[in-house]
Design a protein around this ligand. Structure first.
Ligand code: DLL
Length: 443
C-alpha cells in the first residue's frame, strides 16, 4: 500500500495504516465491520440474541451507515451478561484477563486472546511514538500493574517500539524519583493527577528537572485533565505532555492518542469505529458536534463490542492533521456523562472548574469539589490549595483571591460556588485516577 504521510514519519509507528487515504480506510472498515457482525452472529450468544430480537442479519450490513441499524451495547449489558455470553472464543484461547477501574459501580472483566494482546501492544506503540518517545528512550511506567489496563498496556507497547521500560508501577513517590534519577528515565507514563503529584514532590525535595532528572516526554491518560493542567505538568516536570485515551471494554489504552500537534487525539480507526450520539436520546450527532462517544471494536477476537456507549463526552474532528495521519481525532474528553454535576439545575464538569481555577495566579493544581444540600438547595464548595506565600499573606490577600475565584466561576458557570483556600499539600493526593468530587447530597 502506498504511504501518504506528508510530514516526517519518524514519530509514526505504522505509517501505512495511520496515514491510509480515507477511501481506502473506509473500505477496510466496511470489510472489518461485515466480518465482525458475521463473527458476532455466529459465535457470541449475547449478540445472537440481540440481532434476533432486532431482526438483524449479517448480510444487512452493506455500508458503514448500516452500523446505525445495530443496537447499542451499554456498560450494564456487559455487566449483566456473563463474560462467556459476550465472548466470541472459548476460554482455552484466552490468555489474559483485566478489569475496568470501576469508577462507577462494579468493575467489568475483559478477556484477550494472544492476537488481541499483539494488537493491543501495536496500538499502544502507535500512541507512544506519537507522544515523541523512541527506541532510545527509557520509559518509566507509573501506572498500576494489575487488573487495571494502564500498567501492562503501556509496558508492552513501549517494549514493542524498543524503548527500555522501567516497570515502576504506581505509588511510593520518593522511590519513583530515585528510580527516575538512577535509571535516567526520559519518559513517564501515569495518570495526569499522579504526574502532578510527582512534580510537586520534586519541588518539595529540591530535585530539579533538567539537572537532577532528565525526563523529556510524558504520556498521560486514564482520566480527564484540562489544558491548564497540561501546562502545570509540563512546567513542573520539564517535559512535553500528551494525552491518551482508552477503556477496558474496548481494549484499554491505545484507542486514541495525541500527536505532537496536540490538537485532538487520533483514533486508530482501522480497528475502532467512532460515532458521537446525544446521550439523552441516543440519536447520532453530526460530525463535529459534542456528545457521547460510541465505539465499535472491529477486530478484537475474544470480546467483540458493537456500538459501545462509553459515556465519555467529546467531539470528533474530521479535518486533516498536519502530522500526516489521516485518522479522525477526538477532542480531549471533558468528563463522563455520569460524572457531570447537576448543581441547582446547571450542568458542570469538574474539568471546567479545573480550567478556571488554574488560570488564577497563586492557585495550585490541587482541588476538591464538595457537594451538599441546604434547605432543599444544592451547595457546591471548591477547596483549593494555594501557594505558601499567598496562604501566609495577611487575610486581605486571601479574601481577594477567594473573591476573584468566586466571581470567575460564577461568570463561567452561572452558579455561586463557595471557595475555601487551603494550605499547599493538605489535600489528599492520588497515585492513580483522582476522585475530585465528594457528593454529600442524599438523594
Ligand atoms: O483508564 C484505560 C487507560 C489506561 C487509558 C491508561 C489511558 C491510559 P478504564 O479503567 O476502563 O480504562 O477506564 C476507562 O477512563 O471511559 C474514561 O472515562 C476515562 N479515561 C481514560 N482515558 C482518558 C483520557 C482506562 N485520556 C475510562 N481523558 C474512560 C479522559 C479518560 N478520560
Amino acid at each position: 500500500m502506498e504511504v501518504h504521510c506528508t510530514n516526517s514519519i519518524e514519530n509514526i509507528w505504522d505509517p501505512t495504516m495511520e496515514c491510509l487515504p480515507r477511501h481506502e480506510l473506509q473500505a477496510l472498515q466496511l470489510r472489518r465491520l461485515q466480518d465482525l457482525i458475521r463473527r458476532a452472529d455466529a459465535q457470541v450468544p449475547y449478540y445472537q440474541r440481540v440481532f434476533r430480537d432486532a431482526g438483524i442479519h449479517p448480510e444487512d450490513i452493506r455500508s458503514l451507515d448500516d452500523l446505525q441499524r445495530l443496537p447499542f451495547t451499554t456498560k450494564d449489558d456487559v455487566r449483566t451478561y456473563s463474560m462467556t455470553e459476550m465472548m466470541a472464543v472459548s476460554m482455552d484461547r484466552v490468555v489474559r484477563l483485566h478489569a475496568s477501574s470501576g469508577t462507577t459501580g462494579h468493575p467489568t472483566v475483559v478477556a484477550y486472546t494472544r492476537n488481541d494482546l499483539d494488537l493491543w501492544s501495536d496500538l499502544v506503540a502507535r500512541i507512544i511514538r506519537a507522544g515523541g518517545v523512541g527506541p532510545s528512550d527509557i520509559l518509566q511506567v507509573a501506572f498500576g500493574y494489575g487488573l487495571f489496563t494502564g500498567g501492562f498496556g503501556l509496558h508492552y507497547g513501549a517494549e514493542k517500539i524498543g524503548a527500555a521500560v522501567i516497570p515502576a508501577s504506581s505509588g511510593n513517590t520518593l522511590r519513583q524519583i530515585e528510580l527516575m534519577r538512577a535509571m535516567k528515565a526520559t519518559a513517564l507514563v501515569c495518570t495526569p493527577s499522579y504526574a502532578l503529584h510527582i512534580a510537586d514532590f520534586l519541588e518539595k525535595e529540591g530535585v530539579k528537572p533538567g539537572k537532577d532528572i532528565h525526563l523529556r516526554f510524558g504520556l498521560f491518560g486514564g482520566e480527564p485533565w484540562s489544558e491548564n493542567m497540561r501546562r502545570e505538568i509540563e512546567a513542573g516536570l520539564g517535559i512535553s505532555a500528551t494525552d491518551n485515551y482508552g477503556l477496558s471494554e474496548i481494549i484499554g489504552p491505545g484507542v486514541s492518542g495525541e500527536c505532537p500537534v496536540k490538537n485532538g487525539l487520533h483514533i486508530s480507526e482501522d480497528h475502532f469505529l467512532a460515532e458521537v450520539i446525544d446521550p439523552d436520546t441516543g440519536q447520532s450527532k453530526a460530525i463535529g458536534e459534542e456528545g457521547e462517544l460510541v465505539l465499535t471494536a472491529l477486530t478484537k477476537e475474544a470480546l467483540p463490542v458493537i456500538r459501545y456507549r462509553t459515556r465519555d463526552i467529546c467531539r470528533l474532528i474530521p479535518d486533516p492533521c498536519s502530522c500526516g495521519r489521516t485518522t479522525v481525532r477526538m477532542t480531549k474528553v471533558q468528563g463522563r456523562n455520569d460524572d457531570m454535576l447537576i448543581v441547582r439545575g446547571v450542568n458542570v464538569f469538574p474539568s471546567q472548574i479545573e480550567e478556571i481555577l488554574l488560570e488564577v495566579e497563586g492557585v495550585q493544581p490541587f482541588y476538591q469539589i464538595i457537594l451538599g444540600r441546604k434547605e432543599a438547595l444544592d451547595t457546591i464548595e471548591v477547596q483549593v490549595e494555594v501557594r505558601g506565600e499567598v496562604f501566609s499573606d495577611e487575610m486581605k490577600g486571601m479574601r481577594a483571591l477567594e473573591e476573584k475565584l468566586r466571581q470567575r466561576l460564577h461568570t463561567a458557570l452561572g452558579i455561586s460556588v463557595k471557595i475555601t483556600l487551603v494550605e499547599h499539600r493538605t489535600l489528599e493526593r492520588a497515585i492513580g485516577k483522582s476522585k475530585r468530587v465528594i457528593d454529600n447530597r442524599n438523594f
